[in-house]
Design a protein around this ligand. Structure first.
Ligand code: GLU
Length: 442
């Protein structure tokens, strides 16, 4: 098979053709027509068809024709803009380690451009590396670092910034950057991938190219996430940074816009941007300032569950703030109904003590919908002890990031007095009127 040209159909439906260069452990290394190598795990190959000379000549001709078509289309485009790509790591910046079959983070900034030269058709790209980490390892210091890099790029003349990032905590970072970057007057788009960039089935290309196209054409300042809209390689969805959430472990369309419609759908191939919900709360003062996180603060995120005990609430007594992922409209087991529920009263007492010491904010583990602690009497009990966040429709993650950011930039007294948790800073809270589309797609 080595040296032969072949066409492969992969288990996820992707089709690739090229020359087989090598077999490494459990993968074939294939040189594509554009000259780049990809690795394909043998297990993922559903069908392979060897191409004869004529077929492979036809394939090449078709590829060259499509390149000429691209060039022709692009020759008419206006002057190129400048886009900076900041790399932080994650699957998008990872390669398959063909020895183990596992994905490891090992990417150089230039690699992205080498793999996806089409990006140069949209903009002049400069790339910089901040880190090569899996996103679950990120901490508040990294949010500050990324924001500083974004500011530098914009001050050096960038028309927009793309941040490549692991998907697991991408929505925490998009929220954090939304809050830090005050007066942002350029688009900043976070992009990830569920399959590493060197795999034929990778979603990296579409997300990157559509992010670049969105920056170039939409000219909408703000922080956004750009990921697959469906499992197909056509539209990417643009989601406001404070309203995004990863809702699936592995699907390419894992990111959803929670409690508000997505900002736009982008399709570079068809040169189309469909604006659905242009953000109104991303006013720019024109002067970009950084309002950083204080990494020394301790902020907690606690999920309520049946049988929770008061020691778990007391655990947070030395923290600076706590977000609770309550059940439903914003509940915790705090009411004593019978001989089995005595502990619930102790949970309530512990919460009361905690809420006197620090802001304690409610969010919902249902993810979709809005907190309403007025509906049931236990909700009213929580309000009476000062639990914040009534009527919030922020995700638990955005609530957590916002509380940390507020504590980093305002004193506790002001946070309470002005109910800053419910002040809309970056589009993180939506109007009640905007609730008609709370659909979880299967
Ligand atoms: N867990 C890793 C991360 O979030 C890999 C997942 C990904 O990038 O999609 O960085």
């Amino acid at each position: 098979m080595i040296g032969k040209r072949a066409e492969f159909l992969l288990t996820d439906g992707a089709k690739i053709s090229g020359r087989v260069m090598n077999i490494q452990d459990n993968a074939l290394i294939i040189k594509l027509l554009n000259g780049y190598n990809v690795g394909v795990l043998i297990d993922e190959i559903k069908e392979a068809k060897e191409l004869d000379e004529e077929e492979s000549r036809d394939n090449r001709k078709e590829y060259e024709k499509s390149l000429r078509h691209e060039e022709h289309k692009n020759s008419g485009e206006k002057l190129k803009i400048q886009i900076s790509i900041i790399h932080t790591g994650g699957t998008i910046a990872s390669k398959v380690d063909y020895k183990t079959g596992a994905v490891i983070a090992r990417f150089k900034p230039e690699d992205i451009l080498k793999m996806f030269p089409e990006l140069n058709n949209i903009a002049n790209i400069n790339s910089r590396l901040i880190g090569n980490m899996l996103s679950e390892n990120m901490r508040a210091e990294h949010y500050n670092l990324i924001a500083e890099a974004v500011k530098e790029e914009i001050e050096n003349g960038s028309d927009g910034v793309i941040i490549t990032h692991g998907t697991d905590t991408l929505h925490y970072t998009s929220s954090a950057l939304s809050f830090i970057l005050e007066g942002l007057n350029k688009p900043v788009v976070l992009v990830g991938a569920q399959r590493s960039s060197d795999r034929a089935s990778s979603d990296a290309y579409l997300n990157l190219i559509n992010a670049a196209y969105f920056i170039k054409r939409a000219k909408m300042p703000g922080v956004y996430v750009c990921m697959h809209n469906s499992i197909n390689d056509d539209d990417s969805v643009i989601i406001l940074g404070t309203k995004a959430r990863k809702m699936h472990t592995s699907r390419r369309d894992a990111f959803k816009s929670i409690n508000t419609k997505p900002v736009a759908l982008v399709n570079y191939k068809e040169k189309k941007i469909k604006v659905i919900n242009k953000p109104t709360n991303t006013k720019s003062s024109g002067k970009l300032t950084l309002r950083r996180f204080n990494p020394k603060l301790k902020v907690g995120l606690l999920k309520s569950f049946p049988g929770i005990n008061h020691e778990l609430i007391d655990f947070f007594k030395d923290y600076d703030g706590l977000v609770i992922e309550g059940t439903g409209l914003g509940h915790l087991p705090i009411v004593e109904n019978d001989k089995f529920t005595e502990e619930n009263s102790r949970v309530f007492e512990s919460l009361k003590k905690l809420s006197r010491k620090m802001p304690v904010v409610m969010s919902s583990q249902t993810i979709y919908g809005r907190i309403n602690m007025n509906v049931y009497s236990p909700g009213r009990m929580l309000l009476s002890i000062g639990i914040l966040g009534n009527f919030s429709d922020m995700t638990p993650e955005t609530t957590f990031i916002k509380l940390w950011w507020l504590l980093s930039n305002y004193n506790t007294d002001k946070i309470r007095r002005k109910n800053l948790i419910m002040k809309n800073f970056r589009g993180e809270l939506t109007d009640k009127s905007d609730e008609s589309f709370n659909i979880i797609e299967s």
